[in-house]
Write a new protein. Structure first.
Length: 252
C-alpha cells in the first residue's frame, strides 16, 4: 500500500508514522503544507491513501484539491470533533480525531482495504460541501471569559487567568492565577469543546490545565506525570498513564 501523510504538526506526523508502522504500513512521504503538497503531487504518482490534516500551516488542505485532481483515497485527521462528525458522516467519509487512537486507526485502515477493490469503486468526495461545513468552525472564536456569581455580585474571569479547570463534588471549578476557585455552570466535557486545544489540555477525568501556568512536571508512579501549577499547589494533578504520550506531544 502506497501511503502519504499531510500534516503540519511534525510530532503528530511522526506519531502517525509510528502507529502505521505497527500495522505494517510504511509512509512513503510526509508533507507539511499546501504549497509543499502541490509541488509533490505534480512530480510524483498519486498514492493509494492519504492521511490528510484539515488545517495546515499555510491554509486549509482543501486548497490542494482546488488546484489538482487527486486520485487517491483520503482519511481526514481533525481536532474539531463535533464538526467532523457532522461533515464527514453526512458524506460517508472516514476521519480520525486527534489525538489519533490506535484502535480507530486500525479500523480506518481495514475499512479502506475492504472498500477499495475491484468490486467497490472509489468514492467521489464533494470537497466544497465539506469545506462549507468546516471552514467557519475552524476559524471560530474560543471562549475567552466566564461569568460567575460571587455572593450578590457577578465576576468576569478571563480564560487566560485560569490555571486549571477541575471537577469536585459534582461541581466544575476554575482555579485562577489569583489563588481562588470559582464554581462554573458547565462541565469539563463542555469546556473541552470551548477552550483552545493548544492552550488547554485534559490531563485526566478531573482536570483541564493551562499550559501557560504550568510551573513544573514531575515523574510520578506507574509511568504517570504530576503537574505543578504556579498558584494552585493544593491541587494534585496527575496525568493518567494513557494520556502521557498525548500530553508530551501537546507540550511540543
Amino acid at each position: 500500500m502506497n501511503v502519504i501523510i499531510i500534516e503540519d504538526e511534525k510530532p503528530a506526523a511522526r506519531r502517525l508514522e509510528r502507529m502505521l508502522a505497527q500495522l505494517g504500513i510504511r509512509s512513503g512521504q510526509t508533507l507539511h503544507s499546501v504549497e509543499e503538497s502541490l509541488a509533490w503531487f505534480q512530480d510524483n504518482p498519486h498514492p493509494d491513501l492519504i492521511f490528510l490534516d484539515i488545517q495546515l500551516s499555510d491554509g486549509l488542505s482543501f486548497e490542494i484539491f482546488d488546484l489538482l485532481e487527486i486520485r487517491s483515497s483520503i482519511i481526514f485527521t481533525t481536532a474539531f470533533d463535533e464538526y467532523a462528525l457532522q461533515a464527514f458522516k453526512l458524506n460517508s467519509i472516514d476521519y480520525l480525531l486527534k489525538p489519533i487512537d490506535e484502535d480507530e486507526l486500525k479500523k480506518a485502515v481495514e475499512k479502506f482495504r475492504s472498500q477499495n477493490n475491484a468490486l467497490n469503486p472509489k468514492m467521489t468526495i464533494d470537497f466544497e460541501d465539506i469545506k462549507k461545513m468546516l471552514v467557519n468552525p475552524i476559524e471560530r472564536e474560543y471562549k475567552k471569559r466566564f461569568t460567575v456569581r460571587v455572593g450578590q455580585h457577578l465576576k468576569i474571569i478571563h480564560a487566560d487567568d485560569v490555571e486549571c479547570f477541575y471537577s469536585e463534588n459534582k461541581g466544575t471549578y476554575a482555579a485562577t492565577s489569583e489563588g481562588r476557585s470559582y464554581l462554573l455552570d458547565t462541565t469539563l466535557e463542555q469546556l473541552e469543546t470551548e477552550l483552545p486545544p493548544k492552550i488547554f489540555f485534559r490531563a485526566s477525568r478531573k482536570y483541564i490545565v493551562n499550559i501557560n501556568h504550568i510551573r513544573d512536571i514531575i515523574s510520578y508512579t506507574n509511568s504517570r506525570l504530576q503537574i505543578k501549577l504556579n498558584r494552585t499547589p493544593e491541587q494534585e494533578i496527575i496525568v493518567s498513564r494513557e494520556r502521557v504520550r498525548d500530553f508530551k506531544l501537546w507540550l511540543e
